[in-house]
Design a protein around this ligand. Structure first.
Ligand code: ZN
Ligand code: FE
Ligand code: FE
Ligand code: ZN
Length: 268
């Protein structure tokens, strides 16, 4: 089958490791057909935080991508270029600017900050809600996710239910949280990822959870499988397990991107 891994990082974000050559070697070992690079994109106001590229790193990032292309030359492995962009309210013009900096194959939209500025993803936020409380946080998160999808600026929707990272979630049926965001994703024609990194986080479950995957399938949203690798050994990690889940959710195809054009490949 046609395996791709589009959510991966580089040392430029200051919390990942490995060289372009090491990632390419691992991609080949894992039988990947495409290796997509999508490091944490800079934010407009600097300093912002300590876990992303700075604006001044963009030339080095492009050079990293070019080095990966050189390393992959003659192997048949296709290198794709992207960014993992942070969604916060009002960020649209900045995303459009980032988009203009290179001929990207795709942009990933992710939420790591709630509208109140709470960085729920950060290690020092482990097992905490913001001062607004768990319900408000979920509300903020999913409203933000719908707005991010509706912007139409992203081809891939990153770790869709990352708000679950620490394992805490509201009681009862959670599907009302998912409905509007999934409709927005379907309408935007964007792709959802199974992000296998979740299996290695306190929630011990891929992002997103099975009910979200099933609803996405019913809404006709295409799917990709990504590792969110922060080191070469993590590339393509747990993909066999993710493929089983994709099938279980009813998926028969996985999506890849060539300059933002979706290509669908049968899972078998
Ligand atoms: Zn990261
Ligand atoms: Fe992320
Ligand atoms: Fe990531
Ligand atoms: Zn991510």
């Amino acid at each position: 089958m046609y395996r791709t891994d589009y959510h991966t990082h580089t040392p430029l974000c200051l919390h990942a490791e490995g060289s372009p050559e090491a990632f390419v070697e691992r991609a080949l070992q894992q039988g990947l057909r495409e290796y997509g690079i999508s490091d944490h994109a800079p934010m407009p106001d600097e300093p912002f935080d300590n876990w992303r590229m700075k604006q001044a790193d963009m030339p080095a990032y492009i050079e990293w991508i070019e080095r990966a292309k050189t390393a992959a030359d003659g192997t048949g492995l296709i290198i794709r270029a992207g960014l993992e962009c942070d969604w916060v309210p009002g960020i649209e013009p900045w995303i459009a600017h980032l988009d203009s900096l290179y001929d990207w194959d795709y942009l990933i939209g992710s939420i790591h900050y709630l509208g109140n500025g709470w960085d729920f993803d950060a290690p020092e936020r482990a097992n905490q809600s913001s001062p607004d409380g768990l319900h408000a946080d979920w509300d903020h998160y999913w409203r933000g996710y719908a707005a991010m999808a509706s912007s139409g600026l992203f081809q891939i929707m990153g770790h869709c239910d990352l708000i679950r990272k620490w394992g805490d979630r509201p009681e009862g049926d959670l599907s009302p949280y998912y409905e509007a965001p999934l409709q927005a994703i379907a309408k935007a024609g964007a792709v959802l990822e199974i992000n296998t990194a979740g299996w290695h986080k306190p929630c011990k479950e891929q992002y997103p959870a099975m009910p979200v995957l099933r609803m996405a399938r019913e809404a006709g949203i295409p799917l990709a499988i990504n590792s969110d690798a922060h080191a070469p050994e993590e590339l393509g990690r747990d993909f066999d397990r993710a493929i089983l889940l994709a099938r279980e959710a009813g998926y028969a195809e996985l999506a890849s991107f060539d300059k933002k054009r979706i290509i669908l490949h049968p899972i078998d």
